[in-house]
Design a protein around this ligand. Structure first.
Ligand SMILES: O=Nc1c(NC[C@H](O)[C@H](O)[C@H](O)CO)[nH]c(=O)[nH]c1=O
Length: 196
């Protein structure tokens, strides 16, 4: 077999506690769709609850870093605000009342365990492709290191339509392998490992 490919870690990761963000571009929809579907199916199979998979879209791959950055930050503010509310309630409890608050306020949505940024860049006749690809790669890497939330790199950089289709498992000449499945697995693994 070829030397390339993703080796299984051998460990089973329980996705049930995870909350995952998927941001995908809308360029090259016929490739994007199976990639998103493949990542969702693998995450559901790992125990991630469907209601904990949030899917947002942007026009093109160039918009992925901005959307990931803002949505992750918003969820972190929301999660810490919820925690503050709970703390507030308990400090209120300490100072003025002895009865426990009637309904325990459970945060409706917390911060994301991981994010998958999905885009399909297909080389056109200009240099456009190179500039977008380079900027997006560096942008997504910076977001995950700055926020501590893993951002899985789900951007295909292809020279032809057929290359892109094959990497979504829907190639015309050969079906290929759906890389979205690998990204779903990576999101669950990193989501579990960064929560430890
Ligand atoms: O050019 N080709 C592509 C593309 N261009 C649009 C770009 O991402 C952005 O939306 C606009 O430049 C506006 O900022 N976006 C893609 O996802 N794939 C491509 O193959």
């Amino acid at each position: 077999s070829t030397v390339k490919g993703l080796a299984d870690s051998g460990e089973r990761f329980d996705g049930s506690p995870l909350r995952i963000l998927i941001v995908h571009a809308r360029w090259n929809e016929s490739v994007i769709k199976p990639l998103v579907e493949g990542s969702v199916q693998v995450m559901l199979a790992s125990g991630v609850k469907r209601e904990n998979i949030v899917i947002e879209t942007v026009p093109g791959s160039y918009e992925l870093p901005m959307a990931c950055s803002r949505l992750i930050a918003a969820s972190q503010v929301q999660a810490s605000a919820t925690a503050d509310d709970l703390m507030g309630a308990s400090s209120l409890l300490d100072s003025s009342t002895s009865s426990a608050p009637s309904s325990s306020a459970s945060p409706s949505s917390g911060t994301f365990s991981a994010c998958i940024a999905i885009g399909v860049l297909i080389k056109g006749s200009t240099q456009h492709f190179e500039y977008i690809s380079e900027a997006v790669s560096h942008g997504l890497m910076r977001i995950q290191l700055d926020t501590g939330v893993p951002v899985i790199y789900g951007v295909l950089n292809c020279n032809t339509d057929e290359q892109a289709l094959q990497r979504a498992g829907v190639g015309r000449e050969q079906k290929g392998h759906n890389h979205g499945e690998d990204w779903g697995k990576a999101a669950v693994e990193l989501g579990v490992k960064t929560a430890r």
